[in-house]
Write a protein of this length. Structure first.
Length: 193
């Protein structure tokens, strides 16, 4: 039986934020350095995906389906829950050291929220994070979203396998990691040292 997906809450403390919950340059660099050191110790790893529901959109069934599908495909998934601000999404992406940020938007606020998240990720030095958007996105908004830094847009009816295949392909190109081999190793319970 599969467990219930619960929102992952980011706990603020002085290590990550000042009194206004804004990340300072020093803490951003410190977190990036710590995360880089952790990654350098790992020979192979699975992609870390942060899924979020930005804005006032309260319908999250689709995001949970995507989260479960990605998890079942071998990805590490962090689901932030509904009603996330762009700042909360960017801070979570930094704190969780993710490779991919996926946003599900049904409210029509995608042209405001998505570019803001991309800008915040770039401000934090996370230019290498893949940004994906899914939901009700009109065709005429796809090109402006991509121009703003969104890597891919998935509309209604997109199969979860198409999303998984896209992420694997892009991740392999960017990181030079063979995800098929990693998935086979995990399936037989082996860990490469």
């Amino acid at each position: 039986m599969l467990g219930k997906l619960e929102p992952h809450r980011i706990i603020q403390d002085n290590r990550y934020a000042d009194s206004n919950f804004n990340l300072t340059f020093y803490t951003i660099q410190s977190i990036r350095r710590e995360n880089s050191e952790k990654r350098s110790r790992m020979n192979q790893r699975t992609p870390r995906v942060l899924l979020a529901k930005p804005g006032l959109d309260g319908h999250d069934r689709g995001a949970k389906v995507i989260a479960r599908s990605l998890r079942d495909a071998g990805f590490e998934v962090i689901y932030t829950g509904i009603r996330q601000t762009p700042q909360m999404i960017a801070e979570a992406a930094l704190q969780e050291d993710v490779d991919i940020v996926g946003m599900s938007i049904l409210s029509g606020a995608h042209m405001t929220l998505c570019p803001k998240v991309v800008d915040l990720l770039h401000t934090q030095g996370q230019d290498d994070v893949l940004v994906l958007v899914g939901g009700i996105i009109p065709d005429e908004d796809i090109a402006p979203l991509k121009d703003s830094g969104v890597d891919a847009v998935f509309g209604p009816g997109t199969s979860t396998q198409d999303i998984i295949d896209y992420i694997r392909t892009v991740f392999q190109e960017r990181a030079g990691i063979d995800l098929e081999e990693d998935a086979e190793d995990e399936a037989v319970g082996r860990l490469d040292a």
